[in-house]
Design a protein around this ligand. Structure first.
Ligand code: SAH
Length: 414
């Protein structure tokens, strides 16, 4: 039998070939220029200007499974195609005619699951991180028997049934929420929708770093919880005993609750969202700690705090993405610089400051430069003591290092 077998661990698998699928179209990469250079080196992306975008290609339905070949016949593999997207093809397999079905997804997701189980004892993690797990466009967060599934592309959207059946086989979730609200969906011609497709209830409890949290998967932001900051929260908590902590842009209290649990003397969670702060307060009760929830604009509140001379031993500033698209780079960079300056002003002498960015469209170097410029404007000496990204349940495709969007810089201030 040539079928996929679900193997835990690192066994090499080869895909089944779709011998009978006569309807599958082929996308051609003309030779020459730089066409397919990155794909040849192993990138899963092929751009629209690299392919022969003729009428036949334009007529292919967005999201259809295609073969990709050079005009010399070289096989690039099997992927999904969207004539409307700048990233025209995202490759799923290095072989042409690979069968993309529930078995395919069970194999890839099985591999992703086995990896998570190596570093997380409890079933709370990002189960699938798109290209990093060999499944471009698919993000799945796991909250025990509840899954939040996000398809960011037309190609993945079309595979929803196969993905659901693979997840049923692997995990048997009680509740599945389809979050069709990734910002990339508009670029793919997809509409925005959030649906509970299995079970009911969107409010969940989760465990992280030994703390309990609450999240609302349908109302919350992104998939409802930011597992990416897990290790950074633990680092901050490790410094928090006896300290005062300001968790700015706290959302549901990811940093603040853990710091309180680690023995912080005082914790303020600051956010403009009342529902997010209500979740933080609920989580505080569940962990038998106290945090003060303050609903305010962070920039205004930092201004007010520094005018009144208030400072905190630890300040965390983990804002929403300031650089949403490339054209926002300069304005976003200025906002990061300003935030660094204002956050440093409320950081006590000898204090610790964490500055984070979850913008895909600012590089780690540029972000670090803006933070440094903002900090030094305050006249304080700052030492960078930690440079981190997302945790290991957010793997990055080695050919797409720029997809490592999260940057977290921790400074010790004089
Ligand atoms: N630090 C959080 C994640 C932050 S997400 C964690 O560890 O989970 C960004 C948060 O910023 C959201 O909760 C959003 O409500 C809040 N926010 C966005 N703009 C804001 C502003 N100007 N002032 C206060 N909060 C803001």
């Amino acid at each position: 039998m040539t079928g996929w077998t679900l193997v835990q661990g690192g066994a090499r698998q080869r895909g089944r070939r779709a011998h009978q699928d006569m309807s599958r179209k082929t996308i051609i990469l003309p030779k020459g220029h730089q066409n397919g250079k990155r794909a040849r080196a192993g990138s899963p992306w092929i751009f629209s200007n690299e392919i022969r975008m003729d009428d036949a290609a334009k007529a292919i339905a967005p999201g259809a499974i295609v073969n990709v070949r050079g005009d010399d016949g070289q096989a690039f593999g099997t992927g999904y195609f969207n004539p409307k997207s700048l990233i025209a093809v995202r490759l799923l397999s290095g072989e042409c005619d690979a069968v993309i079905d529930a078995d395919f997804f069970a194999a890839r997701l099985g591999r992703a699951l086995a990896l998570r189980e190596r570093f997380h004892a409890r079933p709370f993690y990002r189960l699938c991180h798109a290209e990093g797990d060999g499944l471009p466009g698919l993000v799945i967060d796991r909250f025990d028997d509840t899954l939040s599934v996000q398809s960011g592309t037309a190609g993945m959207e079309r595979q929803t049934d196969a993905i659901m059946s693979a997840l049923d086989r692997l995990i048997g979730p009680r509740t599945v929420i389809l979050r069709g609200d990734a910002p990339t969906r508009a670029l793919e011609g997809l509409e925005t929708q959030v649906r509970v497709v299995k079970g009911e209830g969107r409010r969940i409890q989760l465990e992280e770093n030994g703390a309990r949290y609450f999240a609302d998967l349908a109302e919350g932001q992104k998939t409802g919880w930011y597992y990416d900051q897990r290790d950074n929260r633990a680092f901050i908590a490790s410094l928090a005993r006896g300290k005062s902590v300001l968790d700015a842009f706290s959302y549901a209290g990811g940093f603040g609750i853990l710091a309180a649990k680690a023995g912080a003397r005082e914790v303020i969670c600051l956010d403009s969202s009342a529902p997010a702060l209500a979740l933080a307060e609920e989580s505080a009760r569940a962990n038998a700690v106290t945090v003060k929830a303050v609903k305010a604009d962070v920039f205004e509140e930092l201004e007010r705090l520094s005018a009144s001379g208030e400072t905190f031993d630890i300040v965390v500033a983990d804002p929403p993405p300031f650089v949403k698209s490339k054209k926002d780079l300069e304005a976003g960079a200025r906002a990061y610089r300003k935030l660094a300056r204002m956050a440093a002003r409320v950081t006590a002498e000898g204090g610790i400051l964490l500055l984070a960015s979850c913008s895909h469209n600012i590089s780690a170097d540029r972000f670090a430069l803006e933070c440094a410029a903002g900090l030094l404007r305050t006249g304080r000496r700052a030492a960078l003591i930690r440079q981190a990204g997302a945790g290991p349940d957010h793997p990055v495709h080695p050919m797409l290092p720029e997809s490592a969007y999260l940057k977290a810089l921790v400074y010790a201030l004089d």
